[in-house]
Write a protein that binds this ligand. Sequence first.
Ligand code: SF4
Length: 570
Amino acid sequence: MKKILRIDLSKRQFVFEDVSTAYATLGGRGLTSKIVSEEVPAKADPLGKDNKVVFAPGILASTPAPNNGRLSVGAKSPLTHTIKETNAGGAAAQKLARLGIKAIVVENIASELTMIKVSKGGVSFQSAEALKGKGNHEVISRLKAEHGEGVAIISIGPAGEQLLSAASVSVTSPDFAVRMAARGGIGAVMGSKKLKALVIDDAGTGEVEVNDKEKLRQAAAALSKGILSHPLIEGLRQLGTPVLVMMMNGLGGLPTKNYSLGQFEGAENISGEFMVQTMAKRPNSKAVHRCMQGCIVSCSNIYTDEEGKEIVSGLEYETVGLIGSNCLISDLDDVARINRLCNDLGLDTMEVGASIAVAMEAGLLPWGDSKGAYALVEEVGRGTEKGKMIGSGCLVTGQKLGVKRIPQVKGQSLAGYDPRVLKGTGVTYATSPMGADHTCGNAFPSPANPSYDPTASTGQAIVSGFLQCYNAAIDTLGMCLFPALPLLDIPELQKFLIACAIAVTGEPFDENYLLKLGAFVLNTEKKFNQAAGFTNKDDRLPEFFVREQLPPSGLIFDVSEEEIDTALRF
Ligand code: SF4
C-alpha cells in the first residue's frame, strides 16, 4: 500500500501516512496541486514556513507504460505567487514509486542546511553545511561517491540557497546527468527550507504494485507501438528538441532579440541539424540519450567539447531559443556553456535567457555578447546585485532596468514560441495557472489537423483549453510530454494509455478520463490562485505582443480578451 511521506524539517521528524481516498487515484501534478491547495494557505509567503514543497511520481511511475518517470515538484511559487508544479525526467520518480511512496511533503524550516536520505530502511537526516554554496555538479558527484551509483539525487544550487525566484530543482538521470524541474523558482522554496538535497535509494525494493499486470503489459505494448509509428518521434530521436529551431524559424515565431523578431539570421548555427553534425565530430558526444529508464524516444543528448569533455546533457530547444536566438547568440558552444553554468547554479535557462535579453535591451550588455552573458550568469554565483537581479527573473530585471517590453505572464517568462504566431500557445501562456508555460498546452500546426490555423485570431481558446486539460492529465500520470504528442494526432491510442491507468489503479476510468482528470487538476489550481487574489485581469499577455507587429509576418496577438477568458471554463 503506497504512503505519503511527511517530513518536518524543523524537528527532523517524519511519518508515513496512509493515502486518503481523495488522493488515491492522483499522482504527479494532480497530487502536488491537490496537496498544496489543501495544505498551503493561498496567501502564504512562498519563502515562509507555511509553504510546503511536495515531490510526487506520477500514477504510472515505474510500470511498463512508456516514459513514465517524470517527477512533479509542487509548491506556491516565489516567481508567480501562484500554485506551481514543475517536473523533470530522471531516476527519482521511479525510485520513489518502487519505495511505495506516493508523495513526499516537506514542511517547516531546518535549523541548518540539510540533506535527507529516503530508502527502504526509512528516512535519515544529515547536515549539508559542507555543501553550502556548492553547484549541482559537485553536489551530485559528492553524494554519488558517498551513497553509491544506485541512488537518485534531487538538489539545489547556489541560486536556490540565495532564494532567487529563477532557481530550479535538479534531478539526476540514471547516468547522473542533470535534469531540471526548472520553472517557477521552486528551487528557492527548497532553499527557504534549508533543504539542499534528497538522496533516493531504492535498493532492496521490487516491482511496484499494480492491479492487473497482464492487462498493463498488453496496453503498454500497444501504446508504445503506436507512439513509435508517429513520424515526430524519429525527428526527436535524430535531432532532439532542437529540431524545433528551424521549424519555429520557418514559421517566423522563433523568439529573437527579446521577442522583437520572429526569425534569426544565425538560426542554422544553433539548429538541431547543426548540433548533430557538431556532435558527430566530437568524442564522447551522443545525439541519442534518454533521461529515464523506459524512455522509448531518447530525445536527449550529451554535448561535448572538441576534446570530448561533456559541456551539457541535454542541450534543449527552450535553452537554445531563449539563450541563443532571443539574445542574438549564434554560437552553440557558448549557449551550451551558459546552459551548463545555469545547471550548476540551479537556474531556469528560460527565465535566465529572457532576463539576459531584457538586460541587452536595456543596454547593460550588447546584443549577441555571449561572453558578457556568461559573465552576468556567473554573477549569480557570486551573489552580486546584478547576479541577484538576473536570478530573480525577467520581470525583476526589466523593472530594475526600466525596460517596458518584458515577456512574462504572472511573473514567469514566456518559452520558445512567439504567441503572435502560435496564438493558441499565447492563450495558454495567458491563462495557465502556472504563468507563461509552454508545457501546459503548446498549440502547434499539425498535418493531422489541417483545418487548425495557429495564426487565426479566433478559435484559439478552445484549443488551448483542451491542450491544457490533456497536458495536466499527462503530468498527473507522470508521462513525458513528447511520447504523449502522437496521441493527439492518433486519438485511438488514448485508449491504450487509459487502459494502462485502469490496469495500474483498478479504477473503471471511461473514455473521457484524461480530459476529466485534467479539468479536475486545473480547477484545483485555479481555485488556489483565486484565493491568492488572482483574477482574469492577470490572464493577459504583455501589451507589446498586442501592439507590435512581429517581423516578418506582421502578426499581432489579437485573440480577444472575451475569448481568452473562456479557455479554462469547464
Ligand atoms: S523523450 Fe526525452 S525528455 Fe522524454 S523521457 Fe525520453 S529523453 Fe527524457
